[in-house]
Design a binder for this molecule. Structure first.
Ligand code: DAH
Length: 356
């Protein structure tokens, strides 16, 4: 074989051996056997040779091409195997490593209470309804039988906003979730069974009041609804929520503009130990009543045909009682240690308590 062919062979084999990855290997392959490769160039020169020369040179060139093709192929397979092995080694999964902790976060106790309320009332056929935090003065007060200058408005001072353009209705950050009653009655035909958990606002701030807090409203409208339904429903709810099938519950006459008659609901507890259930003392936990005929009429319902009851409760308050949380402000401080202590694993669903 002539020297130039031997040089080409040695150089190509050396370059192949030095090629460390697919890209380098491909450069050698194209540089030798490709369209403008060195060997291809030599083969093209054959055409200009005499038949004698061509025979000699052609045979040598063909042998070289076969040898180099095989060498290229073999090195390609080697590189591919080496690349695969390297990947397998670097991406190996160590199945003996301990599992990562499953839950990094926790469900805030407020959210948890809302979920539990939805679960308990859901089992009694209630749906969850929503309303806006920025409510019209009309939905929040007037339609609930609390007209301008009504003394009940002073108990619920809030944050006022101008009316929306094109509307005469001034707006407020809602002081109660009771406005969702109005929205629901205007938006759907009875029978109605809803609860409405959500944020509420009042111009108040101390250890037991926060300018932003949460309530859960309830509303039932149907034919022939009586106080007995209200009592049965709320007793069942409180016993399920506190997990005490015999929890003492007391209904005490009270006043709300949008219910008649109205009642506050107390549960048995001990003033001395704070324990829920026994102790002979009473603790107020929610407000309720039969929906006032004027409220029904404001929503286009004939009070002679439809009756109903409503109730409203503070979510923070019920959560504090259930879990023994002493200070309302801790709910909003985002203290991770507090959350870890009082929060729930996101993986455990809201449990339905026995007895429903
Ligand atoms: N909205 C009342 C409050 O914020 C709570 C309430 C009382 C709601 C009686 C009701 C009800 O639906 O019937 O104090």
């Amino acid at each position: 074989m002539s020297d130039d062919l031997e040089t080409l062979r040695q150089e190509t084999l050396a370059a192949l051996a030095a090629a460390g990855d697919r890209r380098e290997w491909d450069a050698v392959r194209v540089g030798t056997l490709g369209k403008s490769g060195r060997l291809t160039g030599l083969l093209k020169e054959l055409g200009r040779m005499s038949p004698e020369e061509r025979k000699l040179r052609g045979g040598a060139l063909n042998r070289l091409r076969d040898d180099l093709s095989r060498a290229v192929e073999a090195r390609g397979a080697e590189i591919e195997a080496a690349t695969l092995n390297a990947r397998l080694a670097s991406e190996r999964v160590d199945v003996t490593l301990p599992a990562r902790p499953e839950s990094q976060g926790a469900i805030h106790p407020i959210s948890r209470t809302m979920e539990e309320m939805a679960a308990i009332f859901g089992a009694m056929g209630f749906k969850v309804a929503e309303g806006p935090d920025i409510e019209t003065d009309w939905h929040n007060f007037s339609a609930l039988n609390t007209p301008d200058h009504h003394p009940a408005r002073t108990d619920q001072d809030t944050f006022y906003l101008p009316a929306e353009q094109g509307s005469l209705r001034e707006r407020v950050l809602r002081t109660q979730t009771s406005g969702v009653q109005i929205r629901t009655m205007l938006g759907q035909e009875p029978p109605i069974r809803i609860i409405a958990p959500g944020r509420t606002y009042r111009a108040d701030h101390d250890a037991t009041h926060s300018p932003m807090f949460h309530q859960c409203e309830g509303l039932v409208i149907d034919r022939g609804i009586t106080l007995a339904h209200l009592k049965g429903c709320l007793i069942d709810f409180l016993r399920a929520y506190f997990g005490q099938p015999n929890l003492p519950v007391r209904f005490r006459a009270s006043y709300f503009p949008f219910t008649e008659p109205s009642m506050e609901v107390d549960i048995g507890w001990s003033r001395k130990t704070g324990e829920i259930g026994g102790g002979g003392d009473w603790l107020e936990v929610l407000g309720s009543g039969m929906v006032h005929p004027r409220v029904l009429a404001n929503c286009g319902l004939d009070p002679r045909e439809w009756q109903g009851f409503a109730f409203g409760m503070g979510i923070e308050r019920l959560t504090m009682l259930r879990h023994g949380i002493p200070d309302l402000r801790s709910f909003y401080e985002s203290d991770v240690r507090w959350l870890r202590h009082y929060g729930n694993s996101p993986l455990s669903p809201a449990l339905l308590h026995e007895g429903l």
